[in-house]
Design a protein around this ligand. Structure first.
Ligand SMILES: Cc1ncc(C[n+]2csc(CCOP(=O)(O)OP(=O)(O)O)c2C)c(N)n1
Length: 704
């Protein structure tokens, strides 16, 4: 590495101003780390993770990038990068002390989780590697804006040669999401600059025990159109030159680039770690010789670009700047406990409000749920150029040139049929089979102002995306204190009663998602509700999981005429399916129609049941549940998912808690049994609630 370095240094002539400026940022970064460590030791900060040893590659990369123009996803070691892009020591120290004035999160996130809207540093998180798919999504947005130009004007703006920077450690590249991201970035030749900052360790695990062959750049060289560059990331001039080449390649739209930069990590992983426990002394000594800050100082002195005196003055001025910033941060106010629930959802757009209550104007013959979901997607894509649809098999035909002679696929359930043909391949396209990347990329696109409406082909396969949903999608707004948001819609066919769907095409599991703050969850039971709720989902400002009971897709009993392009149903409003006085049945999804069937039998016995179809599961209509239970004094909570810890368990618990005085019988639950959905219809029937079960349980409830 040393020989390459000397050659590069000789070949590249950088101005004194640039080199001294770079040194200043690198030294500043080191000083902020040292200050934070001091604050942590004094218990005035609560966590510390450092960027020591990564300063040269960080500043070198940043110097080729444009704040507020390019987009940045820097990981926690990128302190020097963030400083060079424009974050200040005060920003950083306010985050370290957790002040309400921390511009990144108002005291909600640990330090070194960079974020600045004006600079285009998208709010970062802690899971290793999740940012990579989002960065690729932000680059997808670039491509989208270059084709659908009217969307660019409505969204975050767009520059023809912009790029997206994403950095990560040598351990994070073991995450599947890294590989998914590379596949997509290369498939589409996206403008992404990957910088892998390889400090040789992921906490205690050395790179040779982490990555096959010990070198990530060796492994990725076969990705088409990916420029791969390896460099000594502790050597500023070399890093600068290599990043220049990578950035130039990307701005010319030749493909993505990956810079594999060898760094050091002499301060241990974080203040909770002591690397002497696993890193031999001689390795530590070798690393110390490659300290990037010392190396650049030596270079400046040896090339007579700075004198000893000037260097000392520069260092003193940096130390003063950091001291002053620390004083200000320590004097700043902590956050108020009263603010902790702010910004879980959009503060400006309320999808439960009147604005989302828009009556239907019916046209034509009754249509199925599939037809009316498709109609809503068409309307919304026509209305707003920012709406983009992607997922597995959702396009009519990946090879658009063949469309003229083919019918087109448009989704395994045909819900998206014709969208690509009508709106073009930029606005409706197929994604690789990689659910994390479907959601992760959608997040990146949504933070730039697009409105992705993605399809998860079956709810049963949403789980690879769970990290993106649980640790990213739902908390982007909250963790950035409302600086960033990523409203989008995930559509997923859900549930059983298919006869033959079995374990992997019939799952329920909505309670896993209603448990997540920040996410709206809806599940229509009729074609009309599907149309009105999907429109609300697309126009609302929060992430929405839109669950479509696939058993209901093509039924005749739930059809409706097309309700027009403005029909909307607010979230949190249940549908009163049937009025009754003897018992309330609270249900949703495929059990609505089964309740109606049961109600007919019960009526023959003189039992009047009242049926509520919740249709919006989070938020849900407590008002209507409460009014109904107060009237009937008996309640059955009915759901398809496994009975234990299911969605209805929460409803039943709340009724028991808040409406106990109105009850003439214990709250009853009827739901799927705690097992998987089997293949044979006889077995499936034994697992899922049937109309006869509803009749039996309701009778018992009335007898109590
Ligand atoms: C998904 C996930 N798993 C585990 C962790 C805990 N963790 C935090 S940092 C880290 C090591 C990351 O190593 P590397 O990517 O090499 O970056 P470095 O810290 O060395 O710069 C781990 C395992 C995490 N944050 N996220």
């Amino acid at each position: 590495m040393a020989t390459i370095t000397n050659q590069v240094q000789k070949a590249v002539k950088l101005s004194r101003e640039l080199l001294v400026g770079a040194y200043r940022t690198m030294y500043l970064s080191r000083q902020v780390d040292d200050k934070e460590i001091q604050l942590k030791r004094q218990n005035r900060a609560f966590f510390q993770i450092n960027g020591v040893g990564h300063e040269a590659i960080g500043v070198a990369a940043a110097l080729h990038l444009k704040p507020g123009y390019d987009w940045f996803y820097p990981y926690y070691r990128d302190r020097a990068f963030a400083l060079q892009i424009g974050q200040t020591p005060l920003d950083m120290l306010l985050q370290a002390v957790g002040s309400k004035d921390d511009p990144c999160s108002g005291g909600r996130q640990m330090p070194s989780h960079w974020c600045s809207k004006p600079l285009h540093i998208v709010v970062q998180s802690s899971p290793t590697g999740t940012q990579i798919l989002q960065a690729v999504g932000a680059a997808d947005a670039s491509v989208y804006f270059s084709v659908v130009q009217e969307a660019a004007q409505l969204a975050s703006g767009f520059y023809a040669d912009e790029l997206v920077y994403v950095s990560m450690g040598d351990g994070s590249v073991s995450e599947g999401e890294f590989w998914e991201s590379l596949n997509w970035a290369c498939l589409r030749k996206l403008p992404v600059l990957y910088v892998v900052e390889d400090n040789g360790y992921a906490i205690s695990v050395p790179v040779d025990a982490q990555t096959a062959g010990g070198s990530i750049s060796r492994l990725v060289r076969s990705f088409p159109d990916l420029l791969v560059i390896e460099c000594d990331g502790t050597e500023f001039v070399e890093s600068y030159e290599h990043c220049r080449q990578a950035v130039e390649y990307i701005r010319q739209r030749r493909g993505p680039a990956l810079v594999h930069a060898h760094c050091i990590r002499p301060y241990s992983h974080s203040l909770s770690d002591d690397e002497r426990a696993y890193k031999p002394e001689e390795v530590r000594r070798q690393e110390a010789k490659r300290d990037p800050v010392t190396r650049l100082a030596k270079y400046l002195l040896s090339e007579r670009l700075i004198t000893e005196k000037e260097l000392k003055e520069l260092q003193t001025s940096v130390e003063n700047e950091v001291r002053e910033a620390a004083d200000k941060a320590l004097a700043a106010e902590p956050p108020s406990p009263s603010t902790v629930m702010n910004f879980i959802y959009s503060p400006s757009v309320d999808p439960t409000g009147e604005h989302f209550d828009h009556p239907p104007k019916f046209h034509g013959e009754p249509k199925t749920m599939v037809d009316l979901i498709n109609a809503c997607l068409r309307d919304e894509m026509a209305r707003d150029p920012r709406v983009v649809v992607f997922g597995e098999d959702v396009a009519d035909c990946s090879h658009a040139e063949d469309l003229a002679r083919l019918k087109g696929k448009g989704g395994v359930f045909k819900v998206t049929h014709g969208l690509q043909r009508h709106f073009g391949s930029a606005r409706c396209y197929n994604a690789p089979i990689a659910e994390a990347s479907i959601v992760g990329r959608a997040i990146g696109m949504a933070t730039r102002g697009l409105k992705p409406v993605v399809e998860i082909q079956f709810f049963d396969y949403i789980w690879p995306a769970m990290m993106q949903i649980r640790d990213e999608l739902i908390n982007v707004r909250w963790r950035s204190n409302n600086v960033f948001s990523c409203p989008l819609v995930m559509r997923a066919p859900i549930g059983g009663y298919l006869a033959g769907g079995a374990i992997y095409h019939s799952q329920s599991g909505e309670s896993v998602f209603t448990h997540q703050p920040g996410l709206r969850v809806v599940m229509p039971a009729t074609a009309l509700d599907a149309n009105g709720l999907l429109r609300t989902a697309i126009r609302c400002d929060d992430p929405v999981l839109f669950l479509e009971p696939k058993h209901l897709y093509r039924q005749t009993h739930n059809r409706a005429p097309y309700p027009g392009p403005d029909y909307m149903i607010p979230f949190g409003k249940a549908r009163l399916v049937r009025e009754g006085t003897d018992v309330t049945i609270v249900t949703y999804g495929s059990l609505v129609v089964r309740s109606v069937q049961a109600a007919k039998t019960l009526l023959e016995e003189g039992i009047e049941s009242e049926i509520l179809d919740l249709r919006s599961l989070q938020p849900y209509d407590w008002e209507l549940i409460s009014a109904s239970v107060k009237k009937t004094n008996r309640v059955l909570v009915l759901y398809e998912d496994n009975i234990s810890w299911g969605y209805g368990a929460e409803i039943a618990a709340r009724i028991g808690d808040e409406l106990f005085d109105f009850l003439d019988a214990p709250v009853k639950r009827l739901a799927g049994r705690d097992v998987f959905i089997p293949y044979h219809p006889i077995l499936e029937e034994a697992v899922l609630p049937q109309p006869a079960d509803i009749v039996r349980v309701t009778r018992d409830l009335l007898k109590y």
